[in-house]
Design a protein around this ligand. Sequence first.
Ligand code: ATP
Ligand code: MG
Ligand code: MG
Length: 146
Amino acid sequence: MFKSVLIAVDGSEHAKKALEVACQLVSKEDATLHILHIPEALTHETTLVWGIGAIAIESSREVLEEAGKSVIERASEAARSMGASHVETHLSKGDPARNILRHAEKLGVEAIVMGSRGLGDFAGLMMGSVSHKVTNSAKCTVISVR
Ligand code: ATP
Ligand code: MG
Ligand code: MG
């Protein structure tokens, strides 16, 4: 069905469920699974710079980057254990929704898989803001896993 699929992971249980669905899609077809993660706090870091000090910022940025790498690595291992044989990982910075859309186009994937909610799941809404933006603007199929 799909030759290449992009799964967006934020480290949440929702994204873990979405990863399972993505793996079912690619393992049947021997398709490529692109795993994308955008460590979110990196976006807002620069607004906090003054008053805190460069060293603290630099080290927290490092911590975030390490955390980001670990999210991607765990997702990649899980994907392989669930039968995905062609896995490519992507770590990016900036706005999550825009990054997901940009990667989908650049990589030419046929579908984006994501959780309907993510780490910020507390407001009782059906859909998170990232999921909402991607679903509205993507040019390819979007599978929102609930
Ligand atoms: P909000 O962020 O609006 O408070 P939320 O966290 O519950 O709400 P979303 O952020 O929209 O919901 O998450 C929905 C899905 O989008 C996640 O399950 C994941 O698939 C993807 N996603 C969200 N943030 C990121 C991110 N930083 N990197 C990669 N994928 C993400
Ligand atoms: Mg958010
Ligand atoms: Mg979120």
